[in-house]
Design a protein around this ligand. Sequence first.
Ligand code: NAD
Ligand code: ZN
Length: 341
Amino acid sequence: MKALVKEKAAPGFALRDVPVPSIRDDEVLIRVIRAGVCGTDVHIYEWDKWASSRCKPPFVVGHEFAGEVASVGKLVTDVHEGDRVTAEGHIVDGRCMLCRTGNAHVCPHTRIIGVDRDGCFAEYIAMPASNVWHLDDATSYDVGGIHDPIGNAVHTALTADIPGAVVLITGCGPIGLFAIGVCRAAGAARVIASDVNDRRLDLARTMGAHSAVHPADLRAEVMSATGGLGADVVLEMSGVDPAVHQALALVRVGGHVQMLGIPAAPIEIDFASEVIFKGITIYGVVGRRMYDTWHQVTRLLRSGEFDPTPVITHRFPLEEAEAAIAAIKSGDAGKVIFEIA
Ligand code: NAD
Ligand code: ZN
């Protein structure tokens, strides 16, 4: 089969012919139809410090996908050939203290497809049946293929108290854009979004932000919307130093800051003034809650109140991986996907 392979410890991907993966008795083989490209894939492509310390080439890249089940192992009872599916890409042990107390998203033994084992930028992928998630008939493969980052947005937003809240979202990358739609669907009173990029601010308005502004205008916007109090909830979705400080500055006293963006380097925080004396709560987001988040994603899509499709701006075949990576690096794209079958 065709696959995008991280072949060696150096920048780049290679399109190769590799064997179709074999499956264990508790796994399923999925024919990949759509796959989402994300910042993590760019890190692996560029072979930065994080990627080179974590990943062990050679492996097939990619962790966001949807497809059709091609075959199932003999212990698998609830997934069948022909099923339309996506999957949670974090493979956990299911046995540790965290997994067994409903916190599998922070399982210390997590292995991620396309990072720690073969991924989905290929014609086929093998997945444990327990990670497989069925798509509604009405859900397209386009949307199925981006359940992973939609799940990041849903996890970040819906672990806070969104109904009736003034919500600030710092960073309108694909996940911030999904989060705008999720917060609107969840009944936020006002959604304010910020980004440094005008294309992304336009997409933020398309996704339903009541206002979408540059960081320089953000304080005035938030304060006028809240009578000088600050936002009830901030979703930090940029991972950028000044945005993290703005998130802490513009959340109201006693408010909640949901931290999804991953800073590239340590950030200096004045805990006394930025956190403690404001009495705020900070929540660190890892992946998607298993499987609360997945049920929420399916139900939101089913409701018709949340439409992620305007976020998809670019589509490429696997052969054009370089163009897909370049589109993400330009900073102007919404969600970039591969059309594999
Ligand atoms: P992204 O990294 O492209 O989005 C970041 C956005 O922040 C960009 O649109 C950028 O223009 C904007 N930005 C830059 N400076 C800003 C500022 N001062 N104020 C406001 N916005 C600013 O794309 P993404 O895929 O949506 O990812 C968002 C973040 O979430 C990244 O840091 C990513 O690494 C992280 N992430 C975390 C998890 C997790 O489980 N915690 C999962 C996936 C991604
Ligand atoms: Zn575990």
